[in-house]
Write a protein that binds this ligand. Structure first.
Ligand SMILES: *Cc1c(COP(=O)(O)O)cnc(C)c1O
Length: 328
């Protein structure tokens, strides 16, 4: 049961591929699949497209004319929101951390090209800022709709409830299975959606969410954010076998350097997948999560003989803003 309205923005189902070269790194002891949500189609794609289909569905049903959201300067979420608004004919206000740079690059450049109104917030990074902006726009007789950081509430997470069903069908059609799914988890919407979707669709795969930001998002830890969404989801979706709070965990220890800090680990992951398979990762999210998967396989933390899956969540444009490090 899904009481949510959807506004179509992307190309689905996204491809599910097997990687044939990468397993040689592990003496061919694993089969490795990749789910290509870097190809969701919305202005270079990414995992926020699935969430935005439901968030904009809700916004359009309420008859709003303006979307407000927030994030880091290289936010993939903000860039995809800007594209979604352009498509839906809504105006878009982005509240970004830090000060205005001399030159825009990566996702920030794309957000500007996509017509978003960009506000640089300095050090402020609080949910209240979104409310303040909404009040300001209402005084100008606009009808604003707030999308939280990362699009992570139950409405946004519905995109990944649905995606769990999409993956189950693809695996079934190919006659394949996966024992573990690695992915980058940050504001928790994707993780919560997958947990709810796997419970609904009875998909028995172990989630391996790799924590990207030890600080959490806007003052809320990843764990709290996921738990809040599954609590509400268990009720609203009337799931027969509800997701337990004890099912909520994340793999930490790969986030020690801090959010957005590129280390030799992300760099190694980006080079490995690019050079062996011709697939690009990003320096902030997927580079970190993919490194965690490589490390788990190298250390045989996953039983040899398993089929593992990496859920690519996008983020390609951020590579350009790290040219100073990656391009050396
Ligand atoms: C936002 C994002 C994530 C994390 O998804 P959440 O739902 O916020 O946990 C992972 N990878 C990329 C590339 C992202 O932009």
């Amino acid at each position: 049961m899904n009481p949510f309205t959807k506004y179509e923005l992307g190309f689905f189902p996204t491809p599910l591929q097997e990687l044939h070269n990468l397993p040689h790194l592990f003496a061919d002891e694993y089969r490795i699949f990749i789910k290509r949500d870097d190809h969701t189609g919305l202005a270079t794609g990414g995992n926020k497209t699935r969430k935005l289909e439901y968030l904009l569905g809700d916004a359009m049903a309420q008859g709003v004319d303006t979307i407000i959201t927030a994030g880091a300067q290289q936010s993939n979420h903000c860039r995809q929101t800007a594209a979604a608004c352009a498509r839906a004919g809504l105006s878009c206000h982005l509240l970004l951390g830090g000060d205005k740079p001399d030159q825009f690059t990566g996702n920030l450049l794309l957000s500007k090209l996509l017509g978003a109104n960009i506000h640089f917030m300095g050090h402020q990074r609080k949910a209240e800022e979104l409310e303040n902006m909404a009040a300001r726009l209402k005084r100008k007789n606009l009808r604003p709709y707030i999308i939280p950081y990362g699009g992570s509430n139950l409405t946004g997470a519905m995109g990944y409830v649905e995606a769990a069903g999409e993956l189950r069908e693809q695996l079934r059609d190919k006659g394949e299975s996966a024992s573990h799914i690695f992915f980058a988890s940050s504001s928790g919407g994707m993780q919560a959606g997958l947990l709810l979707g796997m419970a609904m669709h009875d998909l028995k795969t172990r989630l391996m969410p790799v924590q990207i930001d030890k600080e959490g998002t806007a003052g809320v830890s990843l764990q709290e954010s996921v738990i809040n969404i599954i609590r509400e989801g268990n009720k609203v979706l009337k799931i027969r076998k509800p997701v337990e709070e004890s099912d909520v965990y994340a793999i930490s220890g790969y986030d020690d350097a801090g959010y957005g800090v590129l280390t030799h680990q992300e760099e190694e992951a980006i080079h490995t997948l690019a050079e062996r398979e011709g697939i690009l990762l990003d320096p902030v999210y997927t580079g970190r999560a993919f490194y965690a998967m490589l490390h788990h396989l190298k250390e045989k933390k996953i039983t040899p003989g398993s089929n593992v899956l990496f859920w690519h969540t996008g983020g390609i444009p951020a590579n350009f803003s790290y040219a100073g490090q990656l391009g050396r």
